[in-house]
Design a protein around this ligand. Structure first.
Ligand SMILES: [Zn+2]
Length: 441
């Protein structure tokens, strides 16, 4: 199986790609001018902020940066494009080649290019309406080689890419529009204009099944362009069949050749690399680390800030608890208190976090339950969880599950609970030979 993608990323610039019209969502057709309406004689002027943002993406994807970047006109007639061409890039693209490493291997890039979005077409009953607010907004198109070899690998790639985009700028990541190429045999099928990650995965899933079925019945897969039907979650044959030759690209003489030498951009962050480093240096589980930080800059900052001062495992655990209770906005000072409480084996609950935030961290101690209270709690638990306890004596995981559950329930020190549970389980198994009936356990 070979999957390749053409991903369109909307850049969060203040103004459009070739004019000074704003990007805020306003009433239809209010953020427009002769340039983004494509009036004859209007001249585009390249937005440096968009170039800088695109340069950040191309560099993060390890592309070779084209020092002499240029634009082409992709010529086609459609109502959303009154000037009859879209300004985009081809051989003079900002980035050529490149790659992104994912959990499922390396995916090579073909190129990264800057282009303008056409107007938005809105269909209302018998009418087709056009909103030119979107016309001329900046996009980066990322074209991969067909290196993705499974549905899982597709998912890994999208996650890795979205994380890289997130760390380049919080807004870059909003909504991705993708064209998907899939070939299970020799024939390549393209699915155009898929909006969002969820639909992309669904479309891939459907198409893999569809092609697998055709192959298993010795059928022939047609080389075609298909569309994705969101409602039915299917792909459907569509009539579009322009090839690169049919578009008729020509060099855009309105836009000069740009030198990118010396232009600065945001530096990329690769969470999977950092996670592996933390696993090697501090024995923190790479998967846990990745889950916590992949789309959370603050989490990464908190770990970095406290890693030298406290046991890194306590820092990571404190962060897990804070995120579980959706308290990511906690101040650094209060987060530090949480780390200290974790170090004292106090189970961090939502209430404990609230106490810390109310400035009462010092008052938090282990609730010292009496031995009778603890026994009552445990025997209640034993009654309700006989199935788990049956395994407990030979199954360490089950035992840890019980200890974890009880500690959470009673807000108790896991060490105290562990001691009592071991006693009780030992007592249970000691009694066991008295009866052959497993139900009596
Ligand atoms: Zn404009």
């Amino acid at each position: 199986m070979k999957i390749g993608l053409e991903i369109h990323v909307a850049l969060p610039t203040k103004s459009k790609l070739f004019c000074s019209c704003g990007m805020d969502e306003a009433k239809p057709n209010t953020s427009i001018c002769p340039i983004c309406m494509g009036f004859p004689g209007s001249k585009p002027l390249l937005n440096e902020e968009a170039v800088r943002s695109a340069l950040g993406i191309a560099s993060a994807l390890h592309c070779e940066i084209n020092d002499r970047m240029s634009f082409v006109r992709k010529i086609y007639f459609y109502p959303d494009l009154p000037k009859s061409y879209q300004i985009t890039q081809l051989d003079g693209s900002i980035g050529i080649g490149g790659y992104l490493d994912t959990e499922d291997g390396r995916v090579r890039m073909r190129r990264v290019q800057i282009e303008e979005d056409p107007a938005k077409i809105v269909r209302e009953g018998a009418f087709t309406l056009l909103d030119f607010n979107r016309s001329g907004t900046p996009l980066v198109e990322i074209v991969t080689e067909p290196d993705i070899k499974s549905e899982k690998a597709l998912w890994s790639f999208l996650r890795a890419l979205r994380s890289v985009l997130y760390y380049l700028g919080d807004d870059i990541n909003k909504e991705l529009k993708t064209d998907l190429n899939i070939s299970l045999a020799e024939t390549r099928v393209e699915i155009k204009n898929i909006t969002g990650i969820k639909n992309l995965i669904e479309a891939a899933k459907f198409e893999i099944e569809r092609q697998t079925e055709i192959i298993s019945e010795n059928g022939k897969i047609a080389s075609e362009t298909r569309g994705y039907n969101e409602k039915r979650k299917t792909t459907e044959s569509s009539r579009e069949k322009e090839t690169q030759e049919e578009y008729g690209y020509i060099f855009d003489p309105d836009l000069a050749v740009f030198s990118l030498k010396g232009m600065t951009h945001n530096e990329p962050v690769y969470i999977s690399d950092i996670a592996l480093k933390f696993e090697k240096d501090y024995k923190v589980n790479a998967k846990t680390f990745t889950e916590l930080t992949m789309f959370d800059r603050r989490a990464l900052e908190l770990i970095e800030n406290f890693k030298g001062k406290y046991d890194i495992k306590n820092v990571v655990h404190a962060l897990e608890r804070v995120k579980k209770y959706e308290k990511e906005g906690i101040s650094e000072k209060n987060f530090e208190e949480i780390i200290k409480l974790v170090a004292k084996d106090i189970v961090i609950t939502g209430e404990i976090i609230a106490e810390v935030e109310a400035g009462r961290a010092d008052a938090i101690k282990h609730e010292s339950m009496t031995a009778e209270e603890l026994d009552r709690l445990i025997s209640n638990f034993v009654d309700k969880n006989k199935d788990v306890l049956k395994d407990a004596e030979k199954n360490k995981k089950a035992l840890n599950f019980i200890i974890g559950e009880l500690s959470r329930k009673g807000n108790l020190n896991p060490k105290d609970v562990a001691r009592r549970v071991h006693d009780i389980v030992a007592g249970l198994s000691a009694k066991k030979p008295e009866s052959d009936d497993p139900a009596a356990f």
